[in-house]
Design a binder for this molecule. Structure first.
Ligand code: KIV
Ligand code: ZN
Length: 461
């Protein structure tokens, strides 16, 4: 007997809410690269940015909307005309655009942040959604700080925005305050009381301040949520958002309790996690579920013995199911283009033949000098091929330079052509930056990443 599974829409906000986490800002080229990986990952919606926030964000959303045609591309807007117009300007050429309008509804936000009354708030939300709807069919509304909003008032606002044309109602736990049973009750109340709710999708957007973002989102799904907003590696404001990989794999590993399906391609999860970490320079916490370097590591003798006899003794999912590379595949001078291309894909990079040839030539020269080419060597080679045009460093730099960069400290990996002044003395000790497998990450010379050292230290303690 086949069990009917409800389809959950995966709304990825790594490029918007995720990008708001300290040290995680990305430039347009980086956002576009990650957006392509999110597309390969199979997410349904990519929230590409907040177009009014900056010209850079506007251009990024526009470029993603033009290049990525399968998923819905969403842009965030406050509940006011200039924001909505700017969002629409960035999104209008998308194959499937969505305007995401938000307005805080809790008394604490109305009184201290917005300085408006509840009546003004309701009218503003309704008018904003009506205006967004006049531009775009697909409109999402988020009552910011919903979980600390008076439920009666929350339902009135939701009534008004559904009437004005909202197609998705997102219920944010903006400050990560709620707990699973309470969040599920709130979703149930909304389903019972909001007029026309049967025609709209209810969405969960949970922050992780109490470490319950994933549990809250899953509780919401159990109560009728059909879209989950989440981020790769759980990045996001403060303690982050619900992690995409944890939500998807909870449903996959426990279909007996979470009988839902998503369109996510499990084998692309690790590549997405690695790419994000490589782009931002923010390493994944080693014990992070699913994507941390220890997620599939077995240290204790009893565990190792059990796993060797049968992996099911201590593994509830296979590393392959989330795209963790087969560490037994050693890359050396006898490896071919195919193995190299596969490893690049596992690290989050897909190349056309010519680009792969470039990397392959340099790979062979390096493999001739060192025994095993490890992931960090490969990332070094790959990064050189991604250098912006106009860089003074040749595409294929002499291998001696590449090798020197590999064996020196991560800070020495700053591209030779960087015009940045030398780094000022650091005020506190820095932990080495590594990816999920202990592979050194680049020290960014980009001013966007200037907080990285501080965060790495904080993450390391
Ligand atoms: O956390 C939040 O409330 C948000 C909204 C803009 C959806 O990110
Ligand atoms: Zn948020």
């Amino acid at each position: 007997m086949t069990v009917e599974r409800a389809r959950i829409t995966i709304f990825d906000t790594t490029l918007r809410d995720g990008e708001q986490s300290p040290g995680c800002s990305m430039n347009q080229e980086e956002k576009l690269r990650l957006a392509h990986q999110l597309d390969r990952l199979g997410v349904d919606v990519i929230e590409a940015g907040f177009p009014i926030a900056s010209d850079g964000d506007f251009e990024s959303v526009k470029a993603i909307a033009a290049a990525i045609r399968r998923p819905i591309i969403a842009g965030l807007a406050r509940a006011c005309r200039p924001d909505i117009e700017r969002a629409w300007e960035a999104l209008r050429h998308a194959a499937r655009p969505r305007i995401h309008v938000f307005l805080a509804t809790s008394d604490i936000h109305l009184q201290y942040k917005l300085r408006i009354t509840r009546d003004q708030c309701l009218a503003q939300a309704r008018d904003a959604v009506r205006f967004a709807k006049s531009l775009c069919d697909d409109v999402e509304f988020s009552p910011e700080d919903a979980t600390r909003t008076d439920p009666d008032f929350l339902c009135s606002v939701l009534d008004a925005v559904v009437e004005a044309g909202a197609t998705t109602l997102n219920i944010p736990d903006t400050v990560g305050y709620t707990i699973p049973s309470e969040y599920a009750d709130l979703i149930t109340t909304i389903r019972q009381r909001v007029k026309g709710i049967e025609n709209v999708t209810i969405s969960a957007h949970c922050h992780n301040d109490l470490g319950m973002a994933v549990a809250n989102a899953l509780a919401g799904v159990g109560a009728g949520v059909r879209q989950v907003e989440c981020t790769i590696n759980g990045i996001g404001e403060r303690a982050g958002n619900a992690s995409l990989e944890e939500i998807v794999m909870a449903m996959r590993v426990r279909p007996d309790r979470y009988a839902y399906e998503t369109g996510v391609i499990g084998a692309q999860i690790f590549a997405a996690s690695q790419m994000l970490s490589e782009i931002t320079g923010v390493p994944v916490q080693p014990n992070k579920a699913i994507t941390g370097r220890n997620a599939f590591a077995h240290e204790a003798g009893i565990h190792q013995d059990g796993v060797l006899k049968n992996p099911l003794t201590y593994e509830i999912m296979t590393p392959q199911s989330v795209g963790v590379p087969d560490s037994k595949l050693v890359l050396g001078k006898h490896s071919g283009r195919h193995a190299l291309g596969m490893r690049c894909e596992q690290l989050g990079y897909t190349f056309d033949r010519r680009a792969l040839d470039d990397i392959y030539r340099r790979f062979v020269r390096l493999a001739d000098k060192i025994k095993h080419v490890e992931d960090h060597h490969l990332l070094e080679l790959i990064r050189d091929t991604h250098k912006p045009s106009g860089s003074a460093t040749p595409l294929i730099e002499p291998i001696a330079t590449a090798q020197a960069a590999v064996v020196s400290a991560p800070a020495a990996n700053v591209p030779a052509a960087s015009a940045e002044p030398p780094e000022p003395p650091r005020p506190f000790p820095t932990a080495p930056q590594t990816n999920a497998f202990g592979v050194p990450l680049p020290a960014h010379s980009d001013p966007h990443h200037e907080q990285t050292q501080q965060e790495d230290y904080l993450w390391g303690v």
